[in-house]
Design a protein around this ligand. Structure first.
Ligand code: UT7
Length: 327
């Protein structure tokens, strides 16, 4: 099997910004509740008429530029997203169209809840390791603002829009993907869901009237599941890499709640200053949360060559997983 690494990262956040105080105009909430229960202070949202795939295109372009590739030779494009640009075709072809990649690369969407980017990175690595593809763009892109119920304070305060991307290529050095763990607990499908608009319950006047096209969440159920799931996946991926939690230089957990991130770090014994947190500024961007945080770490110059990075996420399904990288 060939070794593969991330050669470049990129991210995109829409310009429009909504603070916790802004949200008090929409629902009965407070800055204090949102901050203390989640760690969120603000989030970025698409403007009317802006397309979610445009965020993916911008993040992917930044990743290609960071990799120093002038004429992108990408032969696989994976878009991780929960709700794609339109039912058919998926988000990946929309991003491919915006990027105008030469050579008609393969593309497809991955729907694995907020763990979609981790799944996508793991699958891209596997495909490259076998030699099936030579380079892959993995894009996490999500526009929750388009499927949130802005009358439901239990969900609308938690999420933000955004995209992040990574270019994956073969590695001839020490840098690379060292371990992967992917899992799914399908015993409680209802924890995070949009009930209507699919083929199980197609759109109708009744589904619209009953607000069934909006995201619904059992927050407490997910909250309980999150830490053990991400801990298990991280430990398994580390073991595969022949490492232990002590070896982690940077932990990048899915940014769902600061009250999930902190206990996870504590259980793994990773000190606070080694945990990447941006939920305060961008909220939960779902499939985009890990690549946006990774890109921040890279662009601020904190991530040094040779360091060990643990990426771990959980989300709808409940799908969860982890990837261990040497940078
Ligand atoms: O990316 C994966 C998907 N997301 C997650 O996995 C999120 C996981 N869950 C969580 O992060 C937390 O469960 C939440 C942040 C969603 C909720 O925090 P919590 O501490 O579990 O609060 P709660 O649901 O128990 O609600 C406590 C109270 C309730 O009032 P009562 O019933 O005690 O009177 C809620 O109605 O807070 C109320 N509440 C709010 N109050 C002000 C719920 N949302 C709000 C709000 N503002 N936005």
């Amino acid at each position: 099997m060939l070794k593969v690494k991330i050669a470049g990262t990129g991210a995109f956040l829409p310009e429009r910004c909504l603070t916790n105080d802004d949200l008090t105009q929409l629902v009965e909430t407070s800055d204090e509740w949102i901050r203390t229960r989640t760690g969120i202070r603000k989030r970025h949202l698409l403007s009317e008429g802006q397309s979610p795939a445009e965020m993916g295109v911008a993040a992917a372009r930044a990743a290609l530029a960071a990799a120093g590739i002038d004429h992108p030779q990408v032969d696989l494009l994976i878009a991780a997203t929960n709700v794609s640009e339109q039912p058919i075709p998926g988000t990946a072809p929309h991003i491919a169209s915006g990027l105008e990649l030469p050579g008609e690369p393969a593309f497809f969407d991955i729907k694995a809840g907020c763990a979609g980017f981790v799944y996508g990175l793991a699958l891209a690595s596997g495909c490259l390791a076998t030699g099936m593809f030579q380079s892959a763009l993995v894009v996490g892109v999500e526009a929750p603002s388009r499927f949130l119920d802005w009358q439901d304070r239990r969900t609308c305060v938690l999420f933000g829009d955004g995209a992040g991307a990574a270019l994956v290529v073969p590695s001839d050095g020490e840098a690379g993907v060292l371990g992967v763990s992917l899992h799914g607990d399908a015993t409680n499908l209802r924890l995070l869901r949009i009930e209507a608009g699919g083929v199980g319950l197609p759109a109708s006047e009744a589904t619209v009237r009953e607000r069934l096209h909006f995201l619904k969440m059992d927050g407490k159920g997910l909250f309980r599941a999150a830490v053990p799931m991400m801990e298990r996946a991280t430990r398994e991926a580390l073991a595969q890499a022949g490492l232990t939690p002590k070896d982690i230089d940077w932990l990048i957990p899915h940014q769902a709640n600061l009250r999930i991130i902190r206990p996870l770090a504590a259980r793994l014994g990773v000190p606070e200053e080694r945990v990447v947190v941006n939920i305060d500024r961008v909220a939960n961007t779902s499939t985009a949360s890990i690549p946006i945080a990774l890109d921040e770490l890279v662009r601020t110059g904190k991530l040094k060559e040779g360091q060990i990075v643990a990426l771990t996420a959980f989300g709808a399904g409940v799908a969860y997983g982890a990837v261990i990288l040497r940078w």
